[in-house]
Ligand binder design. Structure first.
Ligand code: NAP
Ligand code: GCO
Length: 267
């Protein structure tokens, strides 16, 4: 089958975690456009219903679930319910994530554990829940949403960087252990995306000036701008489709060139 035409997700069932809005929502909408049936979860009934409405407004009949991805029993129950009422999950996107921006010497161990629980332990839990059916059908796609912090550190994000660095290695390990079942596990490493998660880094200052971090990121990104969630969707469809069956254990950085760039030189 030609790789140039097989980006279709027709007939596939996709689960995107934490996808009521933000990056997960954008990826799920693109998957629906490529032909997939969309399943997503959120932490609250309210946010999940908000998500369902947002999908409906785009003409997408999504299947929404309330599930905390750190709760293994709840995840297993959600996956079983999806398999019963929708079908075997062909594509998993581990998207749900949190960040806490606290200087490490001020961060409590509990705060560190909370971030690692959502950003690393949960991708393990959800991937483990979908693997048995993928192994049985001898096919599957697992995509972990990593980060520039899978490669770089910065002040105040010790827990997040540790988790996202671990997620890069979990991605490689799932590849190593499950490629024999025709399961591909890859990561997407977004650059700096304009979503609620980064809104505090873009807020206008009291005097109306740009946030210092906003200026920093635009200088650190060769594209000179924040990226949009929709700019992740082409790579996400590629990694979910048969066009990427020979791509495994890879983290695809969709970062506007950040990883290649030392930063804007003084003019
Ligand atoms: P976001 O706007 O904060 O959305 C995160 C989503 O995850 C929300 O729907 C949230 O639900 C959900 N979530 C959080 N904890 C959960 C849990 N325990 N169980 C279930 N759902 C949970 O984040 P985003 O910017 O779209 O980022 C999505 C992913 O991309 C994250 O993994 C993030 O680390 C990663 N990422 C983001 C950027 C960026 O620049 N934005 C760049 C690189 C990587 P609630 O709303 O109910 O809390
Ligand atoms: C931060 C940002 C980043 C982005 C993203 C970059 O505080 O540095 O939130 O961590 O979310 O992970 O790839």
């Amino acid at each position: 089958m030609s790789n140039f035409t097989n980006f279709s997700l027709e007939g596939k069932v996709a689960l995107v975690t934490g996808a009521s809005y933000g990056i997960g929502f954008a990826i799920a909408c693109a998957y629906a456009e490529a032909g997939a049936t969309i399943c997503f979860n959120d932490l609250s009934q309210e946010k999940m219903e908000m998500g369902l409405k947002a999908y409906e407004e785009k003409g997408i009949k999504a299947h929404g679930y309330v599930c905390n991805v750190t709760d293994e029993a709840a995840v297993n129950a959600m996956v079983a319910q999806i398999e019963k009422e929708v079908g075997v999950i062909d594509i998993l996107v581990n998207n749900a994530g949190i960040i806490k921006r606290i200087p490490m010497h001020e961060m409590t161990a509990e705060e560190f554990r909370m971030v690692v629980d959502v950003d690393l332990n949960a991708p393990f839990i959800v991937a483990k829940a979908v693997l048995p059916s993928m192994m049985k059908q001898n096919s599957g796609k697992i995509i972990n949403i990593c980060s520039m912090m899978s490669e770089f550190g910065r002040e105040t994000v010790s827990a997040y960087a540790a988790a996202k660095g671990g997620l890069k290695m979990l991605t490689r390990n799932i590849c190593s252990e499950y490629a024999q079942y025709n399961i591909q596990c890859n990561g997407i490493g977004p650059g700096y995306i304009a979503t609620p998660q980064t809104a505090p880094l873009r807020e206008r200052q009291a005097d109306g000036s740009r946030h210092p971090f906003d200026e920093f990121i635009c200088a650190r990104t060769p594209a000179g701008r924040w990226l949009e969630a929709e700019e992740l969707t082409g790579p996400a469809v590629f990694l979910a489709s048969s066009a990427s069956d020979a791509v495994n254990g890879h983290v695809l950085y969709v970062d506007g060139g950040i990883a290649a760039y030392i930063g804007k030189q003084p003019s």
